[in-house]
Design a protein around this ligand. Structure first.
Ligand code: BG6
Length: 482
């Protein structure tokens, strides 16, 4: 058997994309609550105030906040061993810097974790998944201000103390490397967008104007993560912490040495700039060159080096959906994707949203990362966003099964290569709001949720064909993939 017997099979969600109940029980506003719905052609808009009559998909999500019992029961029916979910900071500290935590928020997640325990499901908790207190955005411009570190660490210490007997596995920041790109400014770093840039989800490459501010904000996240890990180990020495990196696979478009170097450079910067700090406790050797190319610098304080060295992670986790190519030819056609994805690969097919499907890239990525760091890996996001049709209570989603089958096979090959992969939590195990477009119609789930892009529907849940397929995969520990 390729998969170890205690392999964590499961699924993943994020609170702002599924919970809804955006201002119930004392929850504060997060940046995600200010994002409108969009589509593949129309970028989501960030509004500085909540506007009347506008659709903000996070406000209702799929109502997981009230229906978590039904949802977790369905996960248990599939045989989940792990449920990756996030705690919304603004349920615990509504403004980010409140003196005392909000008891209703703490009680809610306790009930969720107790239920997971009852079903033998191990929670994997993301402490920050694109959810930043809007009050701190207005007050300090998010992570651009160093004072945000203390607020975050206060929040993480609160939840680690509160759930020390219920949660063992933690991720500090979701896809922390997205902060390197323009799209990360608000989504990940909680910074207030400029008036001319309210289309915050529009694909943007590195932009030179704010690189000093952005990379300093990212440095603050690194320090906050390291301090959380240092404090967490004091709270429970059995805690395990992971970084979470959006996996960037970049192939050279041609064998021209300049294309080969461009592909390699991009992988170094977009994966390992963050990976090295979080796994090795030191900045990547290319950092100086990268900063110089944008005339940028990182504002650090004395003692930061030591904090980074001491607060390293126990495992590396990643999302993986697609791959891209790198070319030095500026005229090449660009592909779509969750991070920058480079130019189109003529050998690959794309999803309906233009994301290039490449199972082999997952094996390549896992082997590459394991060879660099030699620590356990978790695939905490992977899946296919597709349109589904609900007919007579059924969804025949063979396309999703095909996608997942091929990626699980690739992960299996990586394990056979000697790479230590310990978990696979499929993204969006229940249909939820798309992060990039805000749509419901971009569905990932094993469970269909009756809600449309405008927010209409019964919110009833239905098992898709992939539900039964995944149940079999888990029961056979990844051997029966038919
Ligand atoms: C990852 C994010 O980038 O991709 C998730 O961590 C997101 O939050 C997922 O939902 C899929 O992207 P999308 O845009 O299809 O929802």
């Amino acid at each position: 058997m390729a998969f170890p017997k205690d392999f964590f099979w499961g699924g993943a969600t994020a609170s702002n994309q599924c919970e809804g109940a955006w201002n119930d029980d004392g929850k504060g506003e997060s940046c995600a609550d200010h994002l409108t719905s969009g589509s593949v052609n129309q970028p989501r808009r960030f509004t500085k105030e909540i506007e009347e009559g506008v659709n903000y998909p996070s406000h209702d999500g799929i109502d997981h906040y009230h229906r978590y019992e039904e949802d977790i029961r369905l996960f248990a029916q599939m045989g989940f061993k792990m449920y990756r979910m996030s705690i919304n900071w603004t349920r615990i500290y509504p403004h980010g810097d409140d003196e005392k935590p909000n008891q209703a928020g703490l009680d809610h997640y306790r009930k969720v974790f107790e239920l997971c325990k009852e079903y033998g499901i191990e929670p994997l908790v993301t402490m920050s998944h694109y959810e930043f207190p809007y009050a701190l955005t207005k007050k300090w411009n998010g992570w651009a201000d160093r004072r945000t570190i203390d607020c975050f660490v206060k929040y993480t210490i609160t939840i680690m103390n509160e759930y020390k007997d219920l949660v063992r596995y933690w991720l500090t920041f979701n896809e922390i490397n997205i902060a390197i790109l323009g799209v990360g400014d608000t989504l990940s770093l909680g910074m207030m967008p400029k008036d001319e840039n309210l289309d915050v989800m529009k694909k943007q490459d590195y932009t030179s104007n704010d690189m000093t501010q952005r990379l300093t904000a990212l440095h603050h996240q690194f320090i906050a993560s390291a301090k959380t890990i240092i404090e967490g180990k004091k709270i429970n020495s059995n805690f395990k912490f992971g970084c979470m990196i959006a996996g960037v696979v970049s192939y050279p478009y041609t064998c021209h040495p300049k294309d080969v170097y461009a592909a390699w450079y991009r992988e170094q910067i977009e994966n390992f700039y963050c990976g090295d700090v979080m796994v090795r406790g030191e900045y990547h050797p290319l950092t100086k060159q990268f900063l110089d190319s944008y005339h940028a610098q990182i504002h650090q304080e004395e003692g930061d080096d030591k904090i980074l060295r001491e607060g390293i992670v126990d495992f590396y986790s990643l999302s993986y959906y697609l791959s891209g190519c790198s070319s030095t030819d500026p005229n090449m056609k660009k592909a779509a994707g969750n991070m920058t994805t480079g130019v189109q690969n003529p050998y690959l097919k794309s999803s309906e949203w233009g994301w290039q499907i490449d199972p082999d890239g997952l094996r390549y990525y896992l082997d590459m990362v394991y060879n660099r760091y030699k620590i356990p890996l978790m695939v905490v996001e992977n899946g296919l966003g597709a349109k589904d049709e609900l007919i007579d209570g059924k969804v025949h989603d063979s396309y999703r099964i095909d996608y997942l089958r091929e990626h699980i096979k690739a992960m299996k090959k990586a394990i056979e290569d000697g790479t230590n992969v310990i978990a696979y939590t499929m993204w969006g195990c229940i249909d939820l709001v798309s992060a990039s477009t805000g749509q419901m119609s971009k569905r990932y789930g094993f469970i269909y949720v009756d809600k449309d892009d405008e927010g209409n529907g019964t919110y009833n849940r239905y098992k898709k064909d992939s539900f039964y397929w995944y149940k079999k995969v888990i029961a056979s520990n990844g051997e029966d993939l038919d």
